[in-house]
Design a protein. Sequence first.
Length: 565
Amino acid sequence: MTAWNLSCPDWESRIRAGRSLIPALPLDRAAAARGLGIFDKLRLPDVPGKPAMGEAAGEWFREIVEVLFGSMIGGERMVREPFLLVPKKNSKTSGGAALMLTALLLNERPRAELLFVGPTKMVADLAFSQAIGMIEADEEGFLGKRLHVQEHVKQITDRRTKAKLLIKTFDSSVLTGVKPAAVLLDELHEIARNAAAARIIGQIRGGMLPNPEAFLAFITTQSDEPPSGAFRAELMAARAIRDGRASGKMLPVLYEFPAEYIQPAALGETPRWADPSIWWMVNPNRDRSITIARLEEDYEKATLAGEEEIRRWASQHLNLEIGLALRSDRWAGADFWERQADPLLTLESILERSEVVCIGIDGGGLDDLLGLAVLGRDAKTRDWLLWCHAWAHTSVLDRRKSEAPRLKDFDARGDLTIVTELGEDIRDLAQICATVDETGKLAMVGLDPMGIGAVVDALAEKNIAGDRVVGVTQGWKLTGAIKTGERKLAEGTLWHCGQTLMAWCVGNARVEPKGNAIVITKQASGTAKIDPLMASLNGISLMSTNPEAQPPPFYERHGLLVLGQ
């Protein structure tokens, strides 16, 4: 059977006009009407008057119900994976509970298993409360006779088919090995914090294969941190299908702003997304479960708490994707980091444009990243141009399971390399340094003086040694580089490649005052990784000396000059 085209390449014009984000599809109209008819009669139990979903649910959600149940063609569901990205307070959990009750009532498979999965016990409890409340609110009593509720196990059983709807908290012990007829994952961005999320979702998909009518629905808000792991993977797949760059049976319904509204604002200007007159675009349940006036009041409170809270608020209520997490003890340069991204910058273009280059290196332990920063000075503008890379041994993935999905994302993007063999990372790093050296523009390589023997030896093998290898003292003596970096970013004279790896590291950095100095240390940042940022500060420390390029000489011996003693 020919797959349906679920793309919606004109979504930007549709969302600006307040039109449906779902393309025209050849639905079974009778089946769609039957599903919508059941859904519409369910009542919200926690709203005065207990209105029916036909009145309380927005058209955007009712249309999704029609598509899901009207896409059964010849015994096969043509839309198997609805992916809904919608802000908080748009009645996601209540709508999801009603959707799964509808699926249970329409199910024809004997003893089928349907699952509503929340990221936390609180969300699962809310969904179960909504589901049983809908059953109890049925004025005709039909649902109470048809469905048997077992509150102690959060299970609802259809007495006719013996099929059961279970409402659970996301856990591998619950979801491994299941063969469900339907699954709804609520708040995928929270579920994805589980290091095993991608594997478990893969197992769910595998368990659904024998059931041609099965579906896996995702309902989620945008993450309040840069997207990673399973959430980022599913979101990227949904965007690719929506934009027509991929095909599949996922139906993407993504309430997010077109690109022109989310560009970083110039210094002192208000970003376009902060204009309340456009918030209706991404809040399809407005004037039902939420109003724009209430959002404005809430936003005012967020602005009083500072930039960190503004970003969190915007991610949750406007689906604004965070590229850089800001915290109260952040490095001041983080406030200007996104503005100074130039996605067209590459290592090659930096080497071509620069008159001189300094390299910074940091980290490299089995529990660390090995960070490399190539910092060039533009021959015409004298702006500083930064490119970074990192390496991680597989042991880091084992030791830091919570960060493993994110590191794998960076690896897939090409910003980081995961290595399995000890020494492979240092060899790769040394080769990049040699490539820079071959241009004749390399002035110095700066490293943390502690624990760098293997790196110094690898550089020496590439004829990078002597006074070109500089030990950059860390701690408070790095204050000059920290302040220089943030000032160059604020001035608009330090540009970087817009790498997600670096946005993560910059967001991880914590600043601590030390007398009249400030420090950024791995200890202050906890388990979060900052090695590529520290490598960048080492490079900045060297570039601040206004170096000139040194043609690569030959050294029979190599030494180490320590800067800052």
